[in-house]
Write a protein that binds this ligand. Structure first.
Ligand code: ADP
Length: 297
């Protein structure tokens, strides 16, 4: 800062020594500039949301990211579920740690074209709960976005925690616009009710709705390969129509998703010719189509 523009409050706190005044303002400005610079290299930012937990939001985020990466897109996956960061386990990379480079933290490379950052990489004991209030999570996300060297990406997929609390608000604020939202639901009426709240929330914070995904939509019979409507089907598509949001597709209930997810293998590797892997590829195609259509217009 030049002599002429010297800040009148350029002093540290006498009690705790924290930066105050100009020093803090300069730091905040620097972080903001880093954030803007990092985000300028990301073509599409997509938040994966759900009204409640257990509907397969992380499963969809992980398998969508994998399918996009396999189709040749450069993808970053940010696990923003601070309290239940399951993404590294689902990808079989939970033993890895991000390295520090000259330009910041390097994300963990999960496979060709796929980089991942998660709170799970930073906690030593996975059984220890993270007891953090909103502002701490906000600064963690700020670091995940501005201090992590994501590089040039086609897609940054953000796996948000369920619901409409602090985390989606922080992510919406930090990622700015355009930020796309994918809402994951299961076909039961109660889940659909919650997913509608997510759609309204996303619109309230100016996210653009990329669409609704119906997960656990019919069970694939392990014997004959036929479909059994265990939790009903079609609710996601109906909700999408009612809410004037696109319907992006349905993913069946597949026991292999559970066993392989627990073992850290995605369905694309475990059963590439199966119905579920095909459903995730179709979802990735829909996402590519929808995002490129909007950018081209
Ligand atoms: P959320 O992120 O919404 O809390 P998860 O993605 O962690 O949900 O999934 C919860 C559980 O459901 C996991 O054990 C996961 O393997 C399982 N699951 C998710 N999607 C499917 C599916 N389509 N078929 C079978 N099991 C699934």
């Amino acid at each position: 800062m030049s002599e002429n523009t010297k800040c009148s409050s350029d002093a540290s706190c006498g009690t705790c020594g924290s930066a105050t005044g100009c020093e803090a303002a300069a730091k905040a400005k620097h972080t903001e500039q880093k954030l803007v610079s990092r985000l300028s290299k990301i073509k599409y930012r997509v938040a994966v949301m759900s009204g409640k937990g257990g509907v397969g939001k992380s499963t969809v985020a992980v398998n969508l990211a994998v399918a996009l990466a396999r189709s040749g897109k450069s993808v970053g996956l940010l696990d923003a579920d601070v309290h239940g960061p399951n993404v590294p386990k689902m990808l079989g990379i939970d033993h890895m740690v991000p390295s520090m480079g000259i330009n910041g933290m390097s994300p963990v490379v999960a496979s060709d074209n796929l980089k991942v950052i998660s709170m799970a990489f930073l906690i030593e004991d996975p059984d220890t709960p993270v007891v953090w209030r909103g502002p701490m999570k906000h600064s963690l996300f700020q670091q995940f976005l501005s201090d992590v060297e994501w590089g040039t990406l086609d897609y940054l997929i953000v796996d948000l925690p369920p619901g409409t609390g602090d985390e989606p608000l922080s992510i919406a604020q930090l990622l700015g616009q355009p930020l796309w939202a994918i809402i994951v639901t299961t076909p039961q009426d109660v889940a659909l009710l919650d997913s509608r709240k997510s759609v309204v929330f996303a619109r309230t914070v100016d996210m653009k709705i990329l669409g609704i995904v119906e997960n656990m939509s019919g069970l694939i019979c392990p014997h004959c390969g036929g479909s059994i409507d265990l939790f009903k089907t079609g609710g996601g598509a109906r909700s999408a129509t009612e809410l004037a949001a696109p319907f992006l597709g349905a993913i069946p209930i597949d026991p292999q998703i559970v066993t392989n997810g627990d073992a850290g293998v995605t369905i694309d590797t475990a059963d590439p010719d199966g119905t579920s892997a095909e459903a995730f590829r179709k979802l990735a195609n829909q996402v590519e189509l929808a995002t490129s259509r909007v950018l081209d217009n």
